[in-house]
Ligand binder design. Structure first.
Ligand SMILES: [Zn+2]
Length: 65
């Protein structure tokens, strides 16, 4: 196999095309959980709800400021 083959950042196994950049759905899930818990480690303060009226429906372009 090519030396430049991407490896799963979670367990280090060769990446599967179906689950890249991970080796499996499981590792993708693990990474997703890590990412989410990191990004949303702080408990959401529902007090500031009115600052993000359409947060869920905001298009990707509106979030890249
Ligand atoms: Zn893996």
């Amino acid at each position: 196999m090519p030396a430049s083959a991407p490896k799963c950042p979670i367990c280090g196994k060769p990446t599967e095309p179906a689950a890249k950049p991970f080796c499996s759905k499981r590792c993708a899930d693990v990474d997703l959980h890590r990412w989410l818990s990191g990004a949303y480690a702080v408990p959401a303060s529902t007090d500031d709800e009115d600052e993000a009226p359409d947060f869920d429906e905001a298009p990707p372009s509106a979030r890249s400021r």
